[in-house]
Design a protein around this ligand. Sequence first.
Ligand code: AOS
Ligand code: ZN
Ligand code: ZN
Ligand code: ZN
Length: 426
Amino acid sequence: MQLNKEQLQSVNSGGLDRHEAEFDFLADKLTAAGTDVEALVGDLADFQVAIPSWALGAGGTRFGRFSFYGEPGSLEQKIDDVGILHALTQTAGAVSLHIPWDTPTDYVAVRERAADHGLAFDAINSNTFQDQQGAAHSYKHGSLSATDEAAREQAIAHNLEVIEVGKKLGSKSLTVWLADGTTFPGQRNFQRSLVQTEDSLKQIYAGMPADWKLYIEYKPYEPNFYSTVIQDWGTSFMLANACGERAYTLVDLGHHLPNSNIEQIVSTLMLKGKLGGFHFNDSKYGDDDLTVGSIKPYALFLIFNELVYGMRNNPQNPDLAWMIDASHNVKDPLEDLIQSLEAIQEAYAKSLLVDQDRLSAAQAAHDVVECQEILQDAYRTDVRPLLQRARLNRGGALHPLRAYRKLDVRDALVRERGRNTVATGL
Ligand code: AOS
Ligand code: ZN
Ligand code: ZN
Ligand code: ZN
């Protein structure tokens, strides 16, 4: 299924006058304050976020899974889902695949289908946190860190195969997230695990084409609850440095212990030119994988503020791979992703409003109150008309969520795919 421009135009038409009025009101105000509104709208239109293939079905927890009807049952259908998101939001211009869940059978067809929807293939993900059917060796006691040499070799070989899949699709990066760790004190030797992991990552890095990047994700706990080999940004940073120039840290917003100052982590990594990618989501307690901006929108804004600062001031840091990493238990996955994309764009737009020169001046004058005012003034601005304008300029929906419901997209998907389909992934 694919949404066409005419459908979008017809749902947009009723709201255009109001949008025009709201946009003009805001644009006048921002222009008077010195903002280049057209440039800002252009930045928003250019900002594209990759959708994870594993977030298109109902996720679930270890306690159960409640299906969402009309889930994509194949890679082709997952690409169609992302195409729907992109048609509506004009912000989801890429998809991030996970192997072996998404291994294509017909590469040409998959590439064509993605191109048809205007989608690129962002970072490709390997999976050594589950045993695959027929695998000779188990990852029960680790993958890239395994003391069992055969399991480790198998995990390295898997990553090299994933790179081959990515090459055929036009991906330019590999994301590695490891579940490796221990659940009980004394279970394994910390140093040996780290040494093995570094050695494995170096082999994978050496197997990447010269124009590829390696993203190393970290996470403090889960599925292991005592220790995780790559537990924090420092460990990831150290491993990225050990691998080489094209290895970077990937920050997933849910992968920190409570109240960590993520904006400072982002800032440090960009200063060192080592922030490679981003997994957006939100959380109350841990790796909750909730809708972006649903719990801590101000923290998200502060993170974006550092990202924007870094994008402007840290040429040593490469362009970032923006990705969502979410899971849905009670919502229509596509509706949830529309909400996430909106929250990301909103935080980005607000951080673009921060007057960095005024902020530096206030910092130099030790005017703490003014520093806070500058940030909060940007944060409190309702930037939604800017997002709408960016979408309209690209032929998207004025209100993606309303359009999705008005066009009965889920019903159409259920009619096309049936009710009890199950998407592969988490
Ligand atoms: C796991 O916690 C990480 O966030 C991964 O990035 C991701 O969720 C996983 O690879 C998908 O299964
Ligand atoms: Zn992640
Ligand atoms: Zn995670
Ligand atoms: Zn997560």
